[in-house]
Design a protein around this ligand. Structure first.
Ligand SMILES: NC(=O)C1=CN([C@@H]2O[C@H](COP(=O)(O)OP(=O)(O)OC[C@H]3O[C@@H](n4cnc5c(N)ncnc54)[C@H](OP(=O)(O)O)[C@@H]3O)[C@@H](O)[C@H]2O)C=CC1
Ligand SMILES: O=C1O[C@H](COP(=O)(O)O)[C@@H](O)[C@H](O)[C@H]1O
Length: 491
């Protein structure tokens, strides 16, 4: 395979021994090596707090790669070649003087510099300042930061200000890993490469939209982080609102980062405020109790390791979101996301309005709506549910609904679907910002989410319990049923 950039990069990875780095980032970098996308001479400096030598860290990383790369994609020789690029530096990120070693490592090498902060967000400002005062970075350095940026609008502004004191916006690559998923990028292709949909994509033709991001896992040992965040900060503020933006935005003038981000921001600005008296009909929050997932018993949220038994943090959220603009007036977007649901499944359903005048037997009217089902994960693909005549002499003009089906793995057999982090790291190396989130997007998303959280605090109502292995509190079903609709289930 061809090396597509030939750009030599030095990647400084802060937090290199943390969960994200070991589980996602190193496996993604390994895959770039396997695809021959890392230029010869590109290097990685793994930086973390543990005392260790480079050889010891390389061995540890090899172990982790064996664990986290699919066996069919793991090649010991490629892994060893890849690890030759890695050096290790033990550094307390707050130790300003220690940053001199970064310059020594850079030495006279002229590679482009990427700094990846896979650390708690409270460290972003510290690292940025220390990099600057030690002259380890310049106006060409690209800086990758992880979500969440803060826990509300105010704290996100502080973090963004700290980063902004050292770096320009065009140097900052804020990760929302959903934007790195192939199927999420495909939303842009689907909407703007197919005129068929472009002309149908508004309140004249669409009755409502569903966005479901279901996880079967719980909090995976991350109580300390998750209990302060909850599902609304962990998933809605970023991933679900980004999906909503990609579905709802107007066509961008081109594929440049700012054209796309400008359109997403317009959607975020137009989100209708959820006032306290709308909470009952527009918002459901839940917390899982013990139950069974795929035949296995699992503990409730309050029985997880490290749990504080009195916690009222939500692990499930359902929302009815309205967009106050010309295109989407009167079209609700129903969002739901939760942990310990029956299966891992992310999908978007576009429900089209029925034909304006109905000429078939009225007992079939419930079949009348076309639906576009976009499966983000797993079983990536899409299906357009259309109505056809039921075949047979005895059927008359009876209708039935069937799918025009596109399953990516079957239709495009040879394509391996890369992990989101592979795509995102690759785009950083090329300097493309279009899959990363601009400061104003983060802040408008917080502004909207903050008012929902504030309403929760004011009402003092605890989250509704749901058994693990179910689709969340029954109130989430009631929320959509009240509007004469239901969450889509494939029959
Ligand atoms: N893990 C995940 O799946 C996801 C993580 N993220 C985000 O990615 C970032 C990293 O998360 P994650 O990997 O889970 O976190 P971890 O706590 O596992 O890793 C953070 C790393 O940073 C190190 N660190 C923290 N403070 C210092 C310091 N002062 N000096 C040196 N090292 C320090 C920690 O070292 P030590 O171990 O010694 O404390 C640890 O190795 C966070 O912002 C998180 O929100 C986002 C999406 C998913
Ligand atoms: O950002 C996060 O995402 C994961 C879900 O990501 P996915 O790619 O597996 O769908 C979630 O489990 C985690 O809590 C959250 O921080």
């Amino acid at each position: 395979m061809v090396n597509q950039t030939n750009t030599r990069c030095d990647l400084m990875l802060f937090g290199a021994l943390g969960d994200l780095a070991q589980r996602k980032l190193f496996p993604a970098l390994y895959q770039l090596e396997r695809a021959n996308l890392l230029a010869d001479g590109s290097r990685i400096l793994a930086i973390a707090r543990s005392e260790a030598g480079t050889d010891e860290v390389r061995n540890k990383l090899l172990e982790k790669l064996r664990q986290h790369v699919k066996p069919a994609e793991f090649d010991e020789n490629i892994a060893n070649d890849f690890l030759q690029r890695v050096d290790y530096l033990c550094l307390d990120f707050a130790d300003q003087e220690g940053y001199q070693v970064l310059n020594e490592w850079r030495d006279a090498v002229n590679n482009e510099l990427i700094v990846y902060m896979a650390t708690p967000p409270s460290m972003y400002g510290v690292i940025a300042r220390n990099m600057k005062s030690s002259q380890c970075c310049n106006e060409h350095t690209r800086v990758v930061v992880e979500k969440p940026i803060g826990h509300d609008l105010e704290s996100s502004k502080v973090i963004n200000d700290e980063l902004g004191e050292v770096y320009n916006e065009n140097q900052l690559f804020r990760i929302d890993h959903y934007l790195g998923k192939e199927t999420v990028q495909n939303l842009i292709a689907l909407r703007f490469a197919n005129n068929l949909f472009a002309s149908q994509w508004d309140q004249n033709h669409i009755s409502h939209v569903e966005i479901s991001v279901a996880e079967s896992v719980g909090i995976e040992g991350r109580w300390g982080y998750f209990d302060k965040a909850g599902q609304i900060r962990d998933m809605v503020q970023n991933h679900l609102l980004q999906l909503l933006c990609l579905i709802a935005m107007d066509p961008p003038a081109d594929l440049s980062a700012d054209s796309i981000r400008d359109e997403k921001v317009k959607v975020l600005k137009a989100l209708k405020r959820i006032t306290p008296n709308m909470m009952e009909t527009h918002v459901v929050r839940g917390q899982y109790t013990a139950g069974t997932i795929m035949g296995k018993p699992v503990p409730g949220y309050l029985e997880e390791d490290g749990a504080n038994r009195g916690s009222e943090t939500e692990t499930f959220v359902a929302l009815k979101v309205e967009i106050d603009n010309w295109r989407w007036s009167g079209v609700p977007f129903y969002l739901r996301t939760g942990k310990r649901l029956p299966e891992k499944m992310s999908q978007i359903i576009i429900h089209f309005k029925p034909a304006p005048h109905y000429i078939f037997d009225s007992d079939q009217k419930h079949l009348a709506n076309n639906k576009l089902i976009i499966r983000l994960q797993p079983d990536e693909g899409m299906a357009l549910k259309i109505l056809t005549k039921d075949q047979g002499l005895d059927k008359g003009m009876r209708l039935r609904q069937g799918p025009l089906e596109l399953t990516f793995s079957e239709t495009f057999e040879s394509d391996r679907i890369p992990d989101a982090y592979e795509r995102l790291l690759w785009e950083v190396m090329k300097g493309n910002q279009y899959l990363f989130v601009r400061r104003d997007e983060v802040e408008y998303a917080w502004r909207w989410v903050d008012q929902v959280i504030q309403n929760w605090h004011d009402s003092d109502e605890p989250p509704k319990r749901y058994a693990s292995g179910t689709w969340g509190p029954v109130a989430s079903i009631a929320m959509i049923t009240r509007d004469g609709r239901s969450w889509y289930e494939d029959a």
